[in-house]
Design a protein around this ligand. Sequence first.
Ligand SMILES: Nc1ncnc2c1ncn2[C@@H]1O[C@H](COP(=O)(O)OP(=O)(O)OP(=O)(O)O)[C@@H](O)[C@H]1O
Length: 273
Amino acid sequence: MNSLRRTDISAAMPLVAEAPAKIEVRGVRKRYDANGNVEALAGVDLKVRSGEFVCLVGPSGCGKSTVLRMIAGLHRPSEGEVLVHASGTRAVPTAMVFQSYNVFPWKTIQANVRFGLEMTGMSGAEADRRATAWLGKMGLADFANAYPPALSGGMLQRVAIARAMAVEPEILLMDEPFAALDAQHRRILQDELLTLWQEDRRSVVFVTHSLEEALLLGDRVVVMSARPGRIIAEFEVPFARPRAPEIRGEPMFAKLEQEIWNLLREQVGKHAA
Ligand SMILES: Nc1ncnc2c1ncn2[C@@H]1O[C@H](COP(=O)(O)OP(=O)(O)OP(=O)(O)O)[C@@H](O)[C@H]1O
């Protein structure tokens, strides 16, 4: 098996030039003026290809969520531009899954998933059909009529994923979606996402603090510096698709995790100092 291919950011672009870009982040800087002039991003360039799963890692506060929110159109760059090349064939170009499950506690599980679909203008019958199908895929069919307080954290995050996937967005944006889960549920959901994603391979940008998660799921791992965030390296993950969760146990997996951690540790140390 190949060893990990690392590129300095100056040489990173050839890696992503082969397929059409779905997302282009160009020279993006972000300053939050409301919070004492925080310089969050100091110039970020990133391309995400169609059908590519990109994981974004970096120290706490380096601006990972900021990048994701700008791709989602929730924040605007202070400088530079973010382009999302939507085909126009889907009602929703991007859907986002957050760390906190963001479900409506007063709606049933079925109604939570249906809600996003109805927002796209879909008929009630079609929205119900789609919601039922996705709840089935996520192993939640028996909980369709339950309310969120009756579900565990792992189940609620499945609901959030079902809601995002059901609208069939071109791009899925995931912001530490499994961070609030215990280790066992986290692992189960990682494996489920791997399987689900490999069925239709939509473009994904996935923010995580877990290098294991990034290597299991990602085609590329993009490493950011301490705040103000920049991209300092990109790693191509060499494991073939479809991947099985068992790759976690391969010696190469541990080697790659260590290699990325060696780079990241310096950045995390800057904050800890
Ligand atoms: N809406 C906001 N207003 C003011 N400052 C903000 C806002 N959002 C983020 N920041 C600041 O911008 C910086 C980057 O935040 P961001 O949440 O993007 O980082 P992150 O890498 O996702 O962090 P973490 O890994 O801890 O979730 C932080 O210093 C944060 O306090």
